[in-house]
Design a protein around this ligand. Structure first.
Ligand SMILES: NC(=O)c1ccc[n+]([C@@H]2O[C@H](COP(=O)([O-])OP(=O)(O)OC[C@H]3O[C@@H](n4cnc5c(N)ncnc54)[C@H](OP(=O)(O)O)[C@@H]3O)[C@@H](O)[C@H]2O)c1
Length: 293
């Protein structure tokens, strides 16, 4: 079986698509991939936010384009993928969180979480995977979460969606390996990152479970893509979760309680308006922004 990503991977000449690249780690990954020489295509729900990232790249001498696209809109994804053209690396990064107890989450917010965090993985990846297989190289990156390794109080929709994201990527990895296609997959499972998406969350033991620095997460993800890694779990303590699952459920729950995991969301505020679904009809435009060739 061939190694999916050759050790000689170079960003120069590589076309990278990042969904949700208008803010947070999506924006930072776009800037870092471009700094290393990649041509970057930013997709974001907010066309101005995506354009802001593309402009920042072109101002620094890089090459970038931006499209306003709702990744949950299958038709819009197909249209925008055609305009985008072939890409070598897809980073499925767009994500949303509700951050409320099951009985308090608006139904529309649950649907939005499933649509953005799960179904969009299918629409975006399917739009580009065939080209990667045909060209004999490529990389599909899924930004999941540590919440995909353990359920967390007030994350019934978010955590479930990230479990799905991990299952999606693992199944795809095995499918590609079984079929002998040299396309890499990388799943990223970080604890909370200080981007504002999870504003208000707290860690009881910040040395063991720190709220992660967005720049550090970005460098680790970009390095992991470059190295052809298949999984990135941050911080290291989170790697113990699958092992701890061998314990009886009550003991596993007790360890999470001691670590304060189920209290992390007690002061969650998130982004203002973060639990609200986007306004209807306002999210499917596909405009190009500031190309530099
Ligand atoms: N922050 C954390 O603590 C944390 C921890 C683990 C994993 N993650 C994951 O990391 C990824 C990035 O999160 P982040 O912290 O950088 O959050 P962020 O700053 O809120 O970035 C998420 C991006 O996704 C975009 N987006 C949302 N819905 C979309 C849609 N339907 N179509 C296109 N784009 C859409 C948002 O656009 P708008 O702003 O225009 O809506 C935003 O630019 C997410 O998948 C998240 O689940 C985050």
């Amino acid at each position: 079986m061939r190694r999916a990503q050759t050790p000689g991977f170079r960003w120069s000449g590589t076309r990278v698509l990042i969904t949700g690249g208008g803010s947070g780690i999506g924006r930072l990954m776009a800037l870092e991939a471009a700094r290393r020489g990649a041509e970057v295509i930013v997709w974001d729900l907010s066309e101005p936010a995506g354009r802001g990232t593309a402009d920042a790249i072109t101002e620094r001498g890089g090459t970038a384009r931006a499209y306003g696209v709702d990744v949950t809109d299958r038709q819009a994804v197909g249209r925008t993928a055609e305009e985008t053209g072939p890409v070598d690396v897809v980073i499925n990064n767009a994500g949303v969180v509700s951050g409320a107890r099951l009985l308090d989450i608006p139904a529309e917010s649950i649907e939005r979480t499933v649509n953005v965090n799960i179904l969009a993985l299918y629409w975006v990846t399917r739009a580009f995977l065939g080209g990667m297989i045909a060209r004999g190289h490529g990389s599909v990156v899924t930004i999941a979460s540590a919440a995909g390794l353990t359920g967390v109080a007030r994350q019934t929709d978010y955590s479930a969606s990230k479990w799905a994201a991990i299952g999606f990527t693992e199944s795809l990895r095995n499918e590609l390996r079984a079929d002998g296609h040299p396309v890499n997959t990388l799943v990223v499972c970080p604890f909370y990152i200080d981007t504002g998406m999870f504003a208000g969350v707290r860690s009881r033991f910040p040395r063991l479970l720190p709220i992660l620095d967005p720049d550090e997460v970005t460098l680790k993800v970009i390095d992991a893509i470059e190295a052809g890694r298949r999984q990135l779990v941050l911080p290291p303590l989170v790697r113990a979760v699958p092992v701890l699952r061998a314990l009886p459920v009550a003991a596993f729950d007790r360890i999470l309680d001691v670590l304060g995991v189920n209290q992390t969301m007690d002061h969650f505020t998130g982004r203002p308006g973060g639990a609200q679904p986007p306004a209807k009809g306002g999210s499917t435009s596909t405009r190009e922004s500031s190309p530099t060739g």
